[in-house]
Ligand binder design. Structure first.
Ligand SMILES: [Zn+2]
Ligand SMILES: [Zn+2]
Length: 388
């Protein structure tokens, strides 16, 4: 059974919603129009409870099953926000907002979860409750954290939570996931090196922050190569180096920016600690001082063992064993569904987007052929997790 019959019937309608979201992208927490459309459709489906404004602009819909005495609530999550990218797909439903586009497929995720909501409110073929979670600000704004901090899990008594993201290169109708760490933690660092500026021809009267910052850039690569077990996975990248504005002046300060990614929370702690030590001491060795600001953004996305195998079983029952990868490669990108997985057991699953442009590419487009597969996955997951 590759897809549910009803999901096939809903395909065209859900595609319409998806393209409407695509044409009207919104950024971060500013997803007012999208959230209003989501809430409006949930109301139309006869969803039992709709809460808006959770985690600023998040929406939650609750559907009670045909029976509701299991005491279980399953959370299903989609993200609603777009990206500051100028679209180059040339599609008839391309973005109407210059400089913004749905380049990560969150339009598709929201539409698929709405399709599942329609199906589940029609059939109610489960014993328990479903919490449909539509979050803002996945792209760098930690909207998932905002919803958790706003009481998402306790308020609706969510026991387990599942998220789905499209994946270019994985074929349509296929799924992939893995036990444990699937995506990396994402942290941001800023370093300000302060020395003594002066005439470039008289460096002995100065403390050169450019030389100190250069030494810092080189030294911190030894965290990856010499402090971390070679089996572990961590990336430290300096991505910006700003200093000076003349040919003949040694500036007083230099600024570095960068990112740290890791697949292991203990390595993340280690990186933060060693960065602090190195930045301070290397700067001092050059007669300068330095200040590190280390901002923890998204934690590692870690799937829970029981829930990821359950989700994979659901996917196999639809797609067949050959089309479900249970050992998908880890990547150093991040996901703020990680905050929900820290709050409750659950799993994050990729759904194939076929042979499309990559995520965050101006020619990327969510593949509408994935829609009935995504709806079927959510619907079957609910039915199997909470059988009547
Ligand atoms: Zn993205
Ligand atoms: Zn995304």
């Amino acid at each position: 059974m590759p897809i549910l019959n009803r999901a096939a019937e809903l395909h065209e309608e859900v595609t319409g919603w998806r393209r409407d979201f695509h044409a009207n992208p919104e950024l971060l927490y500013d997803v007012h129009e999208t959230a209003a459309k989501v809430a409006g459709l949930l109301k139309e489906f006869g969803v039992d409870e709709i809460v808006t404004g959770i985690g600023k602009t998040g929406v939650v819909g609750i559907i009670n099953g045909g029976r509701n005495d299991s005491g279980i609530t399953i959370g299903l999550r989609a993200d609603m926000d777009a990206l500051p990218i100028r679209e180059a797909t040339g599609k008839p439903y391309a973005s109407r907002v210059d400089g913004l586009m749905h380049a990560c497929g969150h339009d598709g995720h929201t539409a698929m979860l709405l399709g599942a909501a329609k199906y589940l409110s029609e059939t109610r073929n489960f014993n328990g409750r479903v919490a449909l979670i539509f979050q803002p600000a996945e792209e760098g704004g930690a909207g998932g954290k905002a919803m958790v901090d706003d009481g998402l899990m306790d308020r609706f008594d969510i026991r387990e939570v599942y998220g789905m993201h499209n994946a270019p290169t994985i074929p349509i109708g296929s799924f992939a996931t893995r036990e444990g760490a699937m995506l990396a933690s994402v942290d941001q660092l800023d370093i300000v090196v302060t020395g003594v500026g002066g005439h470039a021809a008289m460096p002995h009267n100065c403390a050169d922050p450019i030389l100190a910052a250069s030494a810092i850039v080189q030294s911190i690569q030894s965290i990856v190569s010499r402090n971390v077990d070679p089996i572990g996975s961590i990336v430290v990248s300096i991505t910006r180096f700003e200093a000076g504005d003349a040919y003949n002046v040694i500036p007083a300060t230099a600024r570095l920016c960068g990112t740290v990614r890791s697949l292991d929370e203990s390595l993340r702690d280690l990186a933060e600690k060693r960065l602090g030590e190195m930045v301070e001491h290397v700067a001092r060795a050059h007669g300068c001082t330095a200040e590190l600001t280390y901002e923890r953004q998204y934690p590692t996305t870690v799937n829970h063992r029981e829930q990821v195998h359950f989700a994979a079983d659901v996917a196999r029952s639809l797609a067949g064993d050959a089309n479900v990868e249970i050992n998908t490669p880890q990547v150093m990108g991040g996901e703020d569904f990680s905050f929900m997985l820290q709050a409750r057991p659950g799993a994050f699953v990729y759904i194939g987007n076929g042979d499309s442009a990559g995520l965050h590419h101006p020619e990327y487009d969510f593949n509408d052929e994935a829609i009935p597969h995504g709806i079927s996955f959510f619907a079957e997951l609910v039915r199997k997790a909470m059988p009547l």
